[in-house]
Design a protein around this ligand. Sequence first.
Ligand SMILES: [Zn+2]
Length: 209
Amino acid sequence: MNAELIPLVLTEAEGRPAVNSSYFSSINPADGQCLQERYSDKFSDCKFALLGNLYASEGKPGKVIEVHAKKRTGDYSIVTALRKTLEVEYPDKSLALGGTFIIQKGKAKIHIMPREFSSCPLDTDEAVNNWLKHFEVNAPLICQSVLVSKDPGLDLRVEHTHCFSHHGEGGHYYIDTTPDSVEYLGYFMPAEFIYRIDRPKETHTVGRD
Ligand SMILES: [Zn+2]
């Protein structure tokens, strides 16, 4: 079925099994609202068959980029603002960041895909948006984010952020809806490599943001 995956996996290593702490959000058939569940409560493996922008690290201690921001003054989400800043500062480079940020105060706009695929083709952004279910959800939200300042020719979605919470709300993050009171705290690392896995042979630009 379709859902929003919030991936959080400690991979398998010598003598230690993989630990899957991922969440996923789907539309609750009972009431049409958000249903957030732990992946490991439903599935015993780490497989998924969704579009994913994943950040991998060795998890070692070290220097990271801390971003602490209060009050939004523009129309960009914090992720878009970071990405556009990198694009302007380093116009010749493709820079990628991955990490986690918390929306500590305020509310955010998210979407969750319906469980069933659309019965008709979704060939415009408007059609995709009409198919998606949108919600306003409450802080605190823990957001897993990947962004690339410029697509290096890999046909990437240049930013993608999914969030979960400890109060049962989660999904695909767009932006906060409370610019005056919102507060963000995040930790990011620049990527050394970008890998594109299972790149589609035919591409399109629908539903990229
Ligand atoms: Zn998404």
